[in-house]
Ligand binder design. Sequence first.
Ligand SMILES: *Cc1c(COP(=O)(O)O)cnc(C)c1O
Length: 482
Amino acid sequence: MDRKLIFEKQSLCKASNYFGPDAALQDVAAVLPAAVLREELNLPSVGEFDAVRHYSNLANLSFSVDKNFYPLGSCTMKYNPKINEDMAALEGFIGLHPYQNEADLQGAMELMFNLQELLCKITGMSRFTLQPASGAHGEFTGMLMVKKYHDLSGKKKTKVIVPDSAHGTNPATAAMCGYRIVVVPSGADGLVDIDKLRQAVDSETAAIMLTNPNTLGLFEERILEIANIVHAAGGLLYYDGANFNALLGVTTPAAMGFDVVHLNLHKTFATPHGCGGPGAGAVGVGKALYDFLPVPAVNKAGSRYYFDNNLNNTIGKMRAFYGNFGVLVRAYTYLSRLGREGCLRVSQNAVLNANYIKEKLKSVYEVPFDKICMHETVFSCVKQKERGACAMDIAKCLIDHGIHPPTVYFPLIVKEAMMVEPTETESKETLDNFIAVMQTIDKLIDTDPEEVHNAPRTTPISRPDEVLAARSPDIRWKKSGV
Ligand SMILES: *Cc1c(COP(=O)(O)O)cnc(C)c1O
C-alpha cells in the first residue's frame, strides 16, 4: 500500500490528468456554494476511486475486532453484535431531541426504564441511573453519593481503601472526592490481605473500592468478611463492575454486600468503544443510597414514564440530559437477545475461554497466581525477560502474527504482566491459534531474537514513542516535495 496523504494524491491525480480535461475529479471548492467558503479551504480533489481506496486502505491498517483477535485484558474489547448498530440507528431513536416533551419520548424512556430494571436484576441493586458517560464518570457519581451520605450523617470520614491491584481510576476517583487513599496490599494468593485490611479500616473509613473478580482475574473468596469489616466501621462498599462478564447470571454484588456499583455498558454490554468513547457508566445503588442518585431519574406511574426530579438526597445532575442514549440502546438490545439463560452462558464461556488459555500456556509463560481464573488471566513474562524479551517485545511481536496485543504491565503488582481476556464468543480455533502464536514467539526469543526485538515489522511504523505520540500527535499536513 502506498503511504501518501490524500493531499499528495490530489497532486498526482491532477498532474497525470488521466481523466482528461473534463475529468470526473470532484473539485470540492467548486461544488460548495460561495457562502460556505468563508476562506479558501485547502480541500483535496480526487476521483471517487482514489477517495474510496484511500480511506479503505487506511481503515485496513487498523486492528479491530472485525479483523483480528483482540485479547485486551480489563478493557473487554468484546463482541459487538451488528444488530445493536441497526437498533441504535432506528429513525425513531436518532430523530429524537432531548428537549422534546416527555409525551414524545415515551418509547425512549420505556427503553431506559426497562434497562434500569434489567441492570437491577443483574446486580441485585434497587435503583439505577444511566447518566454517567464512562466508567470513571460512574465511579465519580458513586463516590459523590457515598460522600453525601456520610456528610449527612455528620460522621467524620476521611479515607477510602483501595487494594494495590485496583484499576487506576479508583484511587483517582476517591482523591477527586477529597478522600485520602489507603492502599491495602494483596496477599500471596493474589487476594486482599484480610489482616492488613483490618488494620487499615477505622472509624474514618468512608468506603472500600473493590472489583470482584479483581484485576488479576481472581475471585475474592472472602468478600463477605471484607464487607463485614468495612460495614462494621460505618463504611460503604463500592463495586467497580467495569468488566462484569464473569458474574452475569451467576451472582450479584448485592449478595456480596456491596452498596453501590457501576457497570461499563460499553465494555460488558457490547458497544464498540475504541479511542475513548462514547460510553455509559450506569450506577446502581442499594438501600443505603436509594435516593442519592442523580436527577432526573426515569420512573414509571401506571403506563406513563416520567422524569423524576424529586429524589430527597440527590447529588444533582451529572451530565447534560440522560446519558449517551445510543449506548443504552445497544446494551438493551444485547441483553434482550441474550435473556437470563444467554447471560449465564456469556459468563460460563468467558471463564472457560480464559482458563483454557491459562492451562495451555502456563508451562511456557509463568502464571503468578495459578488457580481457576474468571474472565481473564494474567501471565508474567519473567522467564522470557531472562532470555532477552520483555512483555512489550512479545506484545509487539503478536502484531506481526495478526493478533492485537493484550494489556501489558497491568496490574502493577505483577512483573512483566500480560493480561489476556479472550472474550466469551471466540471460537476454539481462534484461541488455539493464539496459543500456538504465543508458543512460537517464546521459541523465537532463542532462535531469532531479532524478529522479536524489531517487531512489529508489518506496520507502517514500528515502535513510536508512545507518550510523545499521545501527548503531541503530529497530524498536520506538511507540504512535501510533491
Ligand atoms: C475500564 C475500566 C474502568 C474505567 O472505565 P472508563 O469507561 O474507561 O472510564 C474502571 N475500572 C476498570 C476495572 C476498568 O476496566
